[in-house]
Structures are given as C-alpha cells and as structure tokens.
Design a protein around this ligand. Structure first.
Ligand code: MN
Length: 349
C-alpha cells in the first residue's frame, strides 16, 4: 500500500514539510479548491499542484475530490454540459499523470457531524455525530447550522435545493448516478484514471435527503452499473462502520475480491450504543468499533497496492486547525497503519 496524507493546499496549517517527516509517507491527497464546482480544471493548474508537491519530495497520488455538481445528481438538463466539463477535467488529470480521483454522490451535504470538537475522556477533541441532536436540526430554518453545511448557499437557495431533492427518490438518484457513470467511466478508462466513489457519510438518509452509497448491497449494485477497474471505490471504513448494521471489514473484503478498491480511507469510529450515534476515535482497534488489524490484514491478503490515508484525526497536544485534519493524530494514525502493515506482511511470508 502507498501511505498518503490529505493536504488542503497552501492555506493548510499543515505543511508539506510537516507531512514529509511522517515515517512511511509517500503521497499527497489534494485538490484544486478555488475552481467553482462544474468548471474544468485547466492542465496548468493541475501541473502546478503536482510540481508544488513533487518539489517537497512527495507525489500527488489522489485527487480528493473532483466535486459532482448538484444538477448532475438532480438529473437536470444542464447536466450534459456539466458532465462534459467533468470529463474534460478527468482527461486533464490523466494527461498530467494523476491516476486516482475520489468523488461522492451525496445530495447537498458532504459529511455531516453534530460537533467538531467534542471532548473525549482523555482531553482530546473529536468530531461526533449525535443522532438526537441531528434529528432536531433543520438546514432550512437557519437557526442551527452544522459544519459541512455549504455556507455559499443563502437560506432561500438552501430551501430550494432541498425542495428539489424532495422531488426525487432513491431510485431516481441511482438512475442519475448511472447516467453520470456511463459517460465518465469510458473517459476515465481512456485517460488511465481510476474513479473512486466515497460512501455517504454517515451512510443513511439525513434531513430527508436520499443517500444511496450506504452498505454492501449498494456497493454491489454500484459496481454492477459499469464493470471496469476505472469504476471503483474509496473504501472509507469509518463511514461504512457508522451504520451499526454494516460490517465494514466484510464490505472491504468483498470489494477487494472484485478488485475495485481504488483508494482507502482508514479511520476508526466508536459507536456509542445510542442508535446510530458515534464518535470519531484514535485509529487503533482498542479505541473504536473497527478492528483495524482486520482492515490491514484484508489489504495484505489481497496484495493490495493502492493509496491509503489516515482519515480524520482527533485534535491533540493543543493543536488548532481544520477539524479532523490536524497533523499530530493523523500522523500517529499513519505510523500505526504502517506498523500493522509491516507486521502482517512479515507474518504472511
Ligand atoms: Mn472518508
């Protein structure tokens, strides 16, 4: 496996110099953040990002993400032009030697949490999702807002877009995903780019919005939409595991068996036992609900060689910065994953 680290560009308080000093670190997961969703990423901008990263001794391993415009998810008439733009971005990435692209198909909201700095018993701060708190929140009222809610929407626009999603059910969302996949995957194949869909996080409907990439049945259905190595997954074990009904390791083994894991997110979460509520935890098995040894063992058993990153980390040692994306706890996660990988690889010989 290739150890990677997410970097938010030159505004990120975590620098490439910091990241380079983490043992075992090889690659960077990043994106171009200032191009509006739906517009083409020019080759020069991709090349610049790549050169910035390579100048620090790392490689640009994965783009996370090239966002999918809401009109594509909604199946609006404007989607054909937006898909053509997306395809152009994929061709440009391939031409610049970037070969893995993470994306998601979640309506309106990306990941959702109810608190970004919940204090754990050891004094560290973590992102948590409390089902009871989420149930009381209304994205339209504007009274309460959750992190991850797109501040670029006005209250009225937010209401409109949520109303639009009210008109489509899960089957329509699947149909719109199929429409997108059938047009993008052939382009990705030709450009030598592997697409990697991230599961919905958390993997169930939120605020009445449909969510479809949620469990093993969804993974099977998704992979069957278009059978190609370019049509794969970002296997985020933390996201899948945040539904107590899911066995994240079983989903991982299934996807590895089909050779469709194009990118790994390794993060632990602890189900609190209260419905679907969970807290993000330190990476090691004993702190969460995911057996991280079994995660890495599955990768080693399948001789998997793709990019993996520690996903969110806690805030520890007084660090401040982007919630979930501090340096210290993610670095601890990376070295832990690296250690598991070394041990299991040697045991398997
Ligand atoms: Mn993830």
């Amino acid at each position: 496996m290739e150890m990677t680290f997410r970097w938010y560009g030159h505004d990120d308080p975590v620098t490439l110099e910091n990241i380079r000093q983490i043992p075992g670190m090889r690659g960077i997961v990043s994106a171009i953040y200032d191009i509006p969703v739906g517009e083409v990423w020019p080759r020069e901008r991709i090349r610049q990002l790549k050169e910035d990263i390579e100048s620090k001794g790392l490689k640009l391993s994965v783009i996370e993400s090239v966002p999918v415009h809401e009109d594509i998810k909604l199946g609006k008439p404007s989607r054909d032009q937006l898909i053509a733009n997306y395809a152009e971005t994929i061709r440009n990435l391939g031409a610049e030697g970037v070969n893995v692209v993470c994306y998601n198909f979640m309506p309106v909201f990306d990941w959702t949490r109810t608190d970004l700095a919940f204090e754990l018993p050891d004094g560290s701060n973590a992102l948590i999702f409390d089902e009871a708190v989420a149930a009381k929140m209304d994205p339209v009222s504007g009274e309460l807002s959750l992190p991850g809610w797109d501040a670029s929407y006005t209250k009225e626009e937010m209401k409109n877009i949520i109303d639009e999603y009210g008109q489509i059910d899960k089957e329509t969302l699947w149909e719109n995903l199929r429409y997108f996949i059938e047009r993008i995957i052939p382009v990705a194949e030709a450009a030598d780019v592997k697409m990697a869909i991230h599961p919905d996080d958390p993997p169930y409907d939120i605020f009445g919005l449909p969510r479809i990439i949620t469990d093993q049945a969804a993974v099977e259905r998704f992979l069957d939409l278009y059978d190609s190595p370019a049509n794969g997954l970002t296997l985020c074990v933390g996201s899948y595991a945040s539904d107590p009904a899911n066995d994240a390791v079983a989903i991982l083994r299934y996807a590895l068996g089909r050779e469709r894991v194009n990118f790994m997110h390794a993060r632990n979460i602890k189900l609190t036992g209260q419905g679907k509520s969970f807290q993000e935890s330190a990476h090691p098995t004993e702190y969460g609900s995911i057996d991280m040894y079994e995660v890495i063992k599955a990768l080693v058993d399948h001789n998997w060689e793709g990019p993996i990153r520690p996903d969110h980390g806690r805030m520890i040692w007084g660090e401040t910065g982007r919630p979930g994306y501090g340096l210290y706890d993610r670095a601890l996660g990376a070295t832990y994953l690296y250690g598991l990988h070394e041990a299991i690889t040697k045991e398997n010989k």
